[in-house]
Design a binder for this molecule. Structure first.
Ligand code: DC
Length: 220
């Protein structure tokens, strides 16, 4: 069955995860964090000692990782990795393995399978352009690199990671560049997407704006 799909894409640190989670809750839809699947695949690659530059080997590690995502918990082969996939190392590694078409292909059917179970809010880099091109509503969330790095740094420090703002900003710029310039499924504003810039907005304001866009489109 083809359920309603809302997609929320944007660069790292744009606030899209918080927005997608809260919007899904308000709509009573499931929240599909596609980045968590790439992160779980990256952790599997890391643990298997696979070369991140080897697309076939990374895809194989991702396919055999037994990745599951349920009610906000991520697991590989039944082991809960929800926290482990949030490290800075896995952030960079997930972006590196995400450039391989074989890895993206390996995760595509897993992502699409969620829509067979329930209406969803999917969040990521290519959910509106590639994963669910026929989504009912598409939103693109943006913010300046400095503001996104400030938010990421605050989040990492609050989780106990010891890292400077400058390092987060440098890595974020590098990741932006890689996510936007890769040959397959680059980060783009999907056609017909509503663009929301959150640089100078508080989270509550952003959520009401996004909810307005969604309700308008779903009413059509
Ligand atoms: O959203 P995130 O920071 O958790 O995503 C981690 C990495 O995964 C990101 O740098 C690029 C990749 N990714 C992707 O290529 N496509 C997606 N739909 C989601 C994430």
């Amino acid at each position: 069955m083809r359920h309603t799909a809302v997609t929320i894409d944007g660069p790292a640190g744009s606030g899209k995860s918080t927005i997608a989670r809260q919007v899904a809750e308000r709509l009573g839809f499931i929240y599909l964090d596609t980045g968590a699947l790439y992160r779980a695949a990256a952790l599997a690659v890391d643990e298997a000692g696979v070369d991140p530059a080897d697309g076939d080997a990374c895809a194989q590690a991702a396919r055999h990782a037994g990745i599951e995502l349920e009610r906000g918990r991520v697991s590989i082969r039944g082991r809960d990795v929800t926290q482990a996939i949030r490290s800075h190392h896995i952030s960079s590694l997930s972006s590196r393995i995400a450039v391989h078409p074989q890895v993206r292909e390996a995760l595509l059917s897993l992502q699409r399978s969620f829509r067979e179970k329930s209406p969803l809010v999917a969040e990521g880099r290519d959910t509106g352009s590639v994963v669910f091109p026929d989504a009912d509503v598409k939103v693109y969330i943006d913010a300046s690199a400095e503001e996104r790095a400030r938010r990421r740094h605050e989040e990492l420090v609050s989780k106990g990671f010891d890292i400077s703002y400058e390092k987060v900003l440098d890595d974020l710029r590098e990741r932006d560049q890689r996510d936007a310039s890769r040959g397959i499924a680059p980060l783009v504003v999907p056609e017909h997407a509503a663009v929301v810039d959150t640089t100078h907005m508080g989270i509550d304001e952003v959520i009401s704006q996004v909810m307005e866009v969604i309700q308008e489109k779903l009413a059509d």
